[in-house]
Design a protein around this ligand. Structure first.
Ligand SMILES: *[C@@H]1O[C@H](CO)[C@@H](O)[C@H](O)[C@H]1NC(C)=O
Ligand SMILES: *[C@@H]1O[C@H](CO)[C@@H](O)[C@H](O)[C@H]1NC(C)=O
Ligand SMILES: *[C@@H]1O[C@H](CO)[C@@H](O)[C@H](O)[C@H]1NC(C)=O
Ligand SMILES: *[C@@H]1O[C@H](CO)[C@@H](O)[C@H](O)[C@H]1NC(C)=O
Ligand SMILES: *[C@@H]1O[C@H](CO)[C@@H](O)[C@H](O)[C@H]1NC(C)=O
Ligand SMILES: *[C@@H]1O[C@H](CO)[C@@H](O)[C@H](O)[C@H]1NC(C)=O
Ligand SMILES: *[C@@H]1O[C@H](CO)[C@@H](O)[C@H](O)[C@H]1NC(C)=O
Ligand SMILES: *[C@@H]1O[C@H](CO)[C@@H](O)[C@H](O)[C@H]1NC(C)=O
Ligand SMILES: *[C@@H]1O[C@H](CO)[C@@H](O)[C@H](O)[C@H]1NC(C)=O
Ligand SMILES: *[C@@H]1O[C@H](CO)[C@@H](O)[C@H](O)[C@H]1NC(C)=O
Ligand SMILES: [Cu+2]
Length: 568
């Protein structure tokens, strides 16, 4: 009986037990990915979408379930789908980032993603992981607790999905191609969206406004996902306080706030009590924009409407007072105020003995235009980005995971540096024009022994300009031990580490011109992309890959890829 297995991790050993209660189910779905014409902002636009909807279909599962998702690529583009935040224990082949764990599904082809969800529950999502396709190819992946398990908070009356997105009045693939050809920053988006709808503050969008009807006195669980490409977002609901109970599918201590801040890739589970005067209230999202030396950005505001049952229909909704775009203190207060719910289901303590210590600079840079092309970036150069000065280049002839699994030479080098090649005053703003900002391209990865405890200081640099980069790790959650501004101080900042109840997540917005320290246990064999979740920075090279070896003693061994695995 496929999927009805309980996977236990006892040290190295993985014990498969047939479950007697048969509570685990198989969730089988088909994704048909193809052109869809939608009207937004007064005009039609052809987009790539799953099953004719934006956002795409929501997948509901319970912890322990096995997912079988058949993806049919009927779009004109190469495609892969990533299951954002899913651990993929011993199913790394199903993770999805193109050229990392698999080659793309070519137009006209299909591939079936198979994986079992173990050790996690909450709000996650899925999205395309090839170039910019995820702008319109995304949807929610909700993992409910196993039957018989309850939430560690009052049972909500209803659950509500709120997917925040970003919209272009263009073909997003053309927008990205143009920026990569010319070496420049891509065109800004034209709108943000809530569940695919921009909301009434945009032209022709009165009908393109998400509405949520609430019953007075009831508690709602809002499952918020930032699916935007290139912008962190503030989110607020007029007149209502919000109580965060989980982020990135890991339970938190209840955190009461007016404002949520989400970086692309992050999620938040939030309780809302409908305790205001019956009426209409805007929910609103707009950017937390902190990049220094940057040009204009999409500074528009997306809105939805919360309407109390029985309130008059012609009410003008109240608007929340949103923070300034660059309100870093407010964003930092929220992000650094979250703590994990100690002892909650799936909670893990901070691993204490560190085996691998890394210090990784992250930031923007420049590189020569390349070939015979002419670039329109600063001084005729092209924008680039790097980690420890290594600007990541995707392999093209084989996925990294296959190269690792079959030990194929010449695809990558396992020499990603543990420390920056040069020690300098990382966040000194006078670096913005420095020639040190030239990056070195390569497919450089870091290999870990099975079960190594890894601690990483992520340090923003000031080349081109400082900026908060949302760093996302595939296949693992991590603890966020501390975060701050300026250069990390190995003596004094270490004293600030929270080793008791630090927040657990899969994506961390590293403070602008600052640092964050994360720790995780590399106990999941595979090739795990670690990258900036801004789609403008990923193709510029703000990425690396962690290769995690199989367990040397017992059978926690990655099996070979499935038969229908796409080839390059
Ligand atoms: C993995 O590490 C954890 C904590 O560091 C330890 O308890 C466990 O025994 C280790 N397992 C193996 C197989 O080394
Ligand atoms: C997507 O559409 C196909 C074809 O109409 C259908 O068979 C499938 O069930 C749909 N999938 C979901 C997740 O709705
Ligand atoms: C899908 O849309 C693209 C871009 O607009 C277009 O080039 C292509 O011909 C369309 N394909 C189909 C099958 O309609
Ligand atoms: C980007 O913006 C420029 C200036 O508005 C416009 O000319 C160009 O067509 C846009 N590119 C795409 C791909 O939409
Ligand atoms: C990308 O842009 C270049 C130059 O503008 C063009 O020649 C090429 O066909 C474009 N590629 C795609 C895939 O659209
Ligand atoms: C958004 O930016 C434009 C110019 O880039 C500016 O004119 C406008 O006032 C800004 N809007 C807000 C709400 O800040
Ligand atoms: C650059 O142009 C020369 C002469 O036209 C050509 O031989 C060469 O292949 C081009 N190089 C690249 C990388 O396109
Ligand atoms: C930044 O670097 C410049 C040039 O090296 C130096 O003069 C300045 O004092 C530094 N700024 C800070 C805040 O350390
Ligand atoms: C990064 O590498 C490039 C190319 O070797 C070099 O020019 C640059 O100085 C390096 N920068 C840093 C900060 O290491
Ligand atoms: C699609 O993927 C295949 C296999 O990696 C590659 O050869 C091809 O160039 C890709 N197509 C585009 C348009 O990038
Ligand atoms: Cu970034």
């Amino acid at each position: 009986m496929a999927g009805a297995h309980l996977v236990l991790f006892i040290g190295c050993a993985i014990v498969l037990l047939a479950t007697s209660t048969a509570s685990a189910a198989t969730v089988e779905r088909s994704f048909h990915v193809q052109n869809l014409t939608v009207w937004r902002l007064c005009r039609p636009q052809v987009i790539t979408a799953v099953n004719g909807s934006l956002p795409g279909p929501t997948i509901y599962a319970r912890e322990g379930d096995t997912l079988i998702i058949h993806v049919f690529n009927k779009s004109p583009y190469n495609l892969t789908i990533h299951w954002h935040g899913i651990f993929q224990r011993l199913t790394a082949w199903a993770d999805g980032p193109s050229y990392i764990t698999q080659c793309p599904i070519l137009p006209g082809n299909s591939y079936t993603y198979r994986f079992t969800i173990t050790g996690q529950e909450g709000t996650l999502w899925w999205h395309a992981h090839l170039l910019w396709l995820r702008a319109t190819v995304y949807g929610a992946l909700i993992i409910r607790p196993k039957w018989g398990h309850t939430y560690p908070f009052p049972k909500p009356y209803k659950e509500v999905l709120l997917l925040l997105g970003e919209w272009w009045n263009s073909n997003v693939m053309d927008v990205e191609n143009e920026s990569l050809q010319l070496g420049i920053t891509p065109n800004n988006s034209d709108a943000y969206t809530i569940n695919g709808k921009p909301g009434e503050l945009y032209p022709c969008s009165k009908k393109q406004t998400y509405k949520l009807k609430v019953a007075p006195g009831k508690i709602y669980l809002l499952r918020l996902i930032n699916a935007a490409l290139n912008n962190q977002l503030f989110f607020e609901i007029a007149g209502h306080v919000l109580k965060v109970v989980a982020v990135d599918a890991a339970y938190t201590d209840p955190y009461v706030t007016d404002i949520i801040v989400l970086a692309p890739g992050q999620t938040a589970d939030v309780l809302l009590t409908a305790e205001q005067w019956p009426g209409a209230y805007y929910m609103a999202g707009r950017p937390y924009f902190n990049a220094e030396n940057a040009g204009p950005f999409d500074n528009t505001t997306t809105t939805g409407i919360l309407v109390y049952e029985g309130s008059a229909s012609a009410l003008i909704p109240k608007m929340p007072l949103l923070p300034a775009f660059n309100d870093t203190p407010t964003a930092h207060k929220f992000s650094s105020g979250l703590t994990s719910l100690v002892g909650a289901r799936h909670w893990v303590p901070v691993p204490c003995k560190v085996d691998e210590q890394m210090f990784i600079t992250i930031g923007l840079g420049l590189s020569p235009c390349g070939g015979n092309a002419t670039c329109q970036g600063p001084n005729g150069l092209r924008f680039s980005a790097s980690m420890n000065n290594a600007s990541f280049q995707l392999p093209t002839s084989l996925s990294l995971l296959e190269a690792f699994f079959y030990d194929v030479k010449g695809i990558y080098t396992a020499d990603f540096p543990d420390v920056p090649p040069l020690v300098f005053d990382y966040t000194n703003r006078s670096l913005s024009q420095s020639p040190l900002g030239f990056t070195l391209k390569g497919t450089r990865v870091k290999k870990f022994k099975y079960n190594a405890t890894v601690e990483i200081v992520l340090q923003n640099t000031a080349f081109v300009g400082v900026e908060n980069h949302p760093m996302h790790l595939h296949g693992n959650n991590f603890h966020v031990l501390a975060q701050g501004f300026g250069n990390f101080d190995a003596i004094n900042d270490r004293k600030k580490f929270n080793l008791i109840n630090p927040v657990i997540r899969n994506t961390i917005g590293v403070p602008v011109g600052g640092w964050a320290v994360i720790r995780f246990q590399a106990n999941n064999p595979g090739a795990w992309l670690f990258h900036c979740h801004f789609d403008v920075h990923l193709p510029w090279g703000l990425a690396t890959v962690f290769l995690v070896e199989n367990c040397p003693i017992l059978s926690s061994t990655l099996p070979p890829p499935p038969a229908d695995f796409p080839k390059c």
